[in-house]
Design a protein around this ligand. Structure first.
Ligand code: CAA
Length: 436
């Protein structure tokens, strides 16, 4: 028997990001809503929000993040033994997104698949389950694929609208954590039943008691931090960077302010500290908006791909918050060799490949999604290549992917997709370039 492994040996081996092909400038949204752009851009810290085209959904984002992960890191999909999808944008109350990912990413049959839902905490819950599974050691050599995928959608004109966004982050979890090693401190978690943000199953848009949600977030942060610091003996100064769940970037500012006050007994020097240890983690969030369970990992990708930051070997603190609520503070160490992630997460490529849309197009895209979810027709105009959401048929979601017959995969924009009963079992992995 080999030596017992510890949490110190487990973490993220590879990480890839996928975002929708379009974005809306939040200033344009403010002008359309008759709001001073300063409120959205400076008051909330938002800049751009990712908008789903009609042929994109949380499944498509997840599959594209997964296939980008396999390609960019040259990972054999056969090495995956478990797929966990953290999401609060579930497209079905029973069938998990993980099963769609399993087929479209060409994963092996001897693989466990499931979704985890706890608002924005789902991705972190998946990460923790995956690390526990790796440590359990019952599938030696196999890796866990954890994907956080979400679409943040609020009512038009509501206070949450400027904070919308979407993204998926795929992470390979195993015992060679070249990207991020989780440090073996006792868990620092906080749960409290609160009604701060929710989406009943009959609604496509979320509801929030906004100011209450901010207070719940900050209370959970204090709860996690007091547990963490008591157990670990580490102070805030032990961290090179702090990543806070970012429903809107100003929330990370508020979070760090609260923690800084608690940790330093209201000490001076907050502003430069925020600029040094938090600001470098937020640029990617300002590009995509809130991505719920993926937001924290969009921040992580942003830090890793920051052009002026060398994160190699640095200790980071990650605060994950899911409304309802459950939160966790995690200490982790970035890998020592930046070539393991630099330029490989796909973050910069997918952001650079996006197109800006007008407020009118944003409204049209939203309406298309509402109609697709409602009437089950096949009217989705398709992007020329790659995995795409075609629409619904017989109450099933239908996707175009590489396992479809050639005549279907070459469908032109506007062509109808056939129903999913023509689908064949996956015979080979989908190969999709990030940034298409
Ligand atoms: N110029 C500059 N700043 C301005 C301004 C102007 N013209 N007008 C207002 N502001 C400032 C305000 O002073 C305020 O700043 P502070 O917070 O520093 O005081 C900021 O802009 C926002 O103004 P309001 O508080 O008046 O904004 P609001 O009430 O209309 O909406 C919100 C803000 C409640 C966060 C809303 O966006 C919302 O409900 N969002 C969804 C819920 C959410 O994200 N909650 C976060 C915690 S829960 C969580 O984290 C889970 C999750 O992902 C959802």
């Amino acid at each position: 028997m080999g030596p017992a492994r510890t949490v110190a040996d487990v973490g993220i081996e590879a990480l890839a990001v996928h975002v929708p092909r379009h974005y809306l400038d939040v200033g344009d949204l403010a002008r359309a809503n008759g709001v001073d752009p300063g409120k959205y851009c400076f008051g909330l810290g938002c800049r751009r929000m990712a908008v789903l085209a009609p042929d994109e959904d949380p499944v498509v984002l997840a599959v594209r993040a997964a296939t980008a992960l396999f390609e960019r890191y040259d990972i054999d999909p056969a090495s995956v033994g478990m797929v966990v999808v953290g999401t609060e944008s579930g497209v079905d109350a029973a069938k998990p997104i993980a099963t769609y990912v399993h087929r479209m990413a060409g994963l092996p049959r001897d693989c466990r698949t499931f979704d985890v839902q706890h608002a924005c905490y789902g991705g972190t819950a998946g990460l923790r389950m995956a690390t526990g599974w790796v440590l359990g050691g019952l599938r030696p050599g196999r890796k866990a694929l954890v994907i956080a995928t979400d679409v943040a959608r609020y009512e038009i004109g509501s206070p949450g609208e400027p904070t919308q966004g979407a993204a998926a982050v795929a992470m390979l979890v195993g015992d060679e954590p070249r990207v991020l090693r989780l440090e073996p401190y006792a868990e620092a978690v906080h749960t409290e039943e609160v009604m701060d943000f929710w989406r009943p199953t009959y609604r496509a848009t979320a509801l929030a008691d906004g100011h209450h949600s901010i207070e719940c977030y900050l209370r959970a942060l204090e709860g996690c931090w007091s547990g963490f610091t008591a157990e670990s003996g580490l102070g805030l100064g032990a961290f090179d960077y702090l990543l806070y769940h970012s429903p809107f970037p100003k929330m990370a500012f508020k979070a760090h302010k609260r923690l800084y006050e608690v940790a330093t007994n209201g000490g001076a020097g907050f502003d430069p500290d925020y600029e040094r240890r938090v600001l470098p983690t937020l640029w990617s969030n300002t590009e995509v908006g809130n991505a719920y369970s993926a937001s924290l990992y969009v921040s992580l990708a942003g830090l890793l791909e920051h052009s002026e930051v060398d994160a190699a070997g640095k200790r980071v603190g990650l605060f994950s918050y899911g409304s309802g609520c459950c939160a966790e503070f995690i200490a982790a160490r970035v890998g020592d060799d930046a070539s393991a992630w630099r330029g490989r997460t796909g973050l910069r490529q997918v952001l650079a490949a996006r197109r800006e849309i007008t407020h009118e197009s944003y409204l049209r895209f939203r309406q298309a999604h509402e109609e697709l979810a409602r009437d089950g027709s096949f009217r989705t105009p398709l992007a020329p290549e790659g995995v795409a959401f075609c629409g619904t048929w017989n109450h099933q979601r239908v996707y175009r992917d590489a396992t479809w017959p050639a005549a279907v995969t070459s469908a032109r924009p506007g062509d109808a997709c056939p129903p999913s009963d023509v689908l064949r079992p996956a015979s080979r992995p989908v190969r999709v370039q990030a940034g298409e």
